[in-house]
Design a protein around this ligand. Structure first.
Ligand code: ADP
Ligand code: MG
Length: 360
């Protein structure tokens, strides 16, 4: 450790233990059939003067058919978490822990699969949509052909048949006149239509898990609402399980059943949507809720924001990373990382002040 309180990942794990969950109840206890489970996932990027800890010892599970919302402000490690699940991080990233995926009821740790096994899963059993569809689509290829290519990557079928399936998928995401639209290039479509094409590509092989990383952030509010409705429809229709990532709690509240809150790479609260919105337990979650505009927000009163800034990921405080910004902090908060402890069945928070069980 140095004077700034910076830790390398191994020092951090040594200090806080490889598993910050207390014994007894488990974070997946009240989930019936778990499809995805992260166990103590950590991601470190080599950097100077010391490594950057982007994701720290995160554990959560998603049940089949469930939507888990992952929220946290920009830089909190949401995208790195999703890329770790997909095994799409750059090779220098050091990934520890387990990502258990129960495809066809046969759980396997994605982190120990070969690149070829992973390639077979990606785009078929698990798929992902990103914030900016323009960068994910090939600008010089017709959109129907791009979706058809995703079909052929996982199925031995003719070009014609794959194009038919692609058009069917464009219809499923409510693109009007899909036969004609399939012949368009990405630049001929609006932002909302391009995101629909990305979703069509993601669901065309009927994945079990869809990871949506800020899928509506680049869109204006009306289009955003339409895309959220579409995702809700597809979930019903295909029984999709979703990891839905957003910096915006209001967006998450529209689609998620449960919510996980990240702060500076750590999971600080996890619970049902009702737990998080009605009885938020971590002071950071409470701050996020106060900072979110609602219909009742009065125009004359400025929105409250959380004082201070997120700590640098290269100098992780020894204790709770939110402690320097927290109005409720006590000495124990800075001394060591509080445990993520259960408050009520399925509702967990990492705060020794609002959740005394976290101090154990
Ligand atoms: P979020 O999605 O929550 O906004 P990210 O997961 O993208 O945040 O990033 C978390 C942290 O990891 C950030 O500090 C970011 O700069 C860092 N990071 C992400 N990717 C890399 C990378 N390839 N190399 C080094 N640092 C990275
Ligand atoms: Mg991100």
């Amino acid at each position: 450790m140095d004077v700034n309180g910076g830790f390398t990942l191994s020092e951090y794990i040594l200090r806080n233990g490889p598993n910050s969950q207390p014994c007894g109840r488990h974070w997946a206890d009240n989930i019936e059939a778990v499809l995805l489970e992260l166990k103590n996932l950590s991601v470190e990027f080599p950097a100077s003067p010391r490594p950057l800890l982007a994701v720290r010892d995160i554990s959560f599970a998603i049940g089949k058919g469930e939507v888990l919302g992952l929220v946290g402000e920009s830089g909190s490690g949401k995208s790195v978490t999703s890329l770790a699940i997909m095994r799409l991080l750059p090779p220098q990233a050091i990934v520890r822990g387990e990502v258990r995926f129960a495809s066809n009821n046969a759980p396997q740790n994605l982190l120990s699969l070969s690149p070829e096994q992973m390639r077979l899963l990606r785009g078929s059993r698990i798929s992902m949509i990103f914030q900016e569809p323009m960068t994910a689509l090939n600008p010089v290829m017709r959109v129907g052909e791009q979706v058809a290519e995703a079909v052929r990557a996982h199925n031995r079928i003719s070009k014609r048949e794959s194009l038919e399936r692609a058009i069917e998928s464009l219809r499923e995401v409510a693109i009007p006149d899909p036969e004609r639209r399939a012949r368009d290039y990405p630049h001929q479509l609006s932002g909302g239509m391009r995101q629909r094409v990305m979703i069509a590509m993601a669901i065309v092989n009927r994945p079990e898990l869809l990871i949506a990383d800020e899928p509506t952030t680049a869109l204006d509010v009306t289009i955003q609402a339409q895309i959220l409705d579409l995702l809700a429809d597809l979930r019903q229709k295909f029984g999709l399980t979703m990891l839905f990532i957003s910096h915006d709690l209001a967006v998450v509240s529209k689609v998620a059943d449960r919510v996980a809150v990240m702060y500076a790479g750590s999971l600080i609260e996890l619970g049902s949507k009702e737990d998080i919105f009605r009885a938020p337990a971590h002071p950071y979650t409470r701050g996020l809720l106060k900072a979110a505009p609602t219909l009742k927000t009065e125009r004359d009163h400025p929105l409250r924001t959380i004082e201070g800034t997120v700590p640098s990921l290269q100098s992780v405080p020894a204790g709770c990373a939110f402690e320097p910004r927290c109005e409720l902090s006590i000495a124990a908060c800075a001394a060591s990382l509080p445990a993520l402890a259960e408050i009520s069945p399925g509702h967990w928070a990492r705060c020794p002040v609002t959740n005394p069980a976290a101090a154990l």
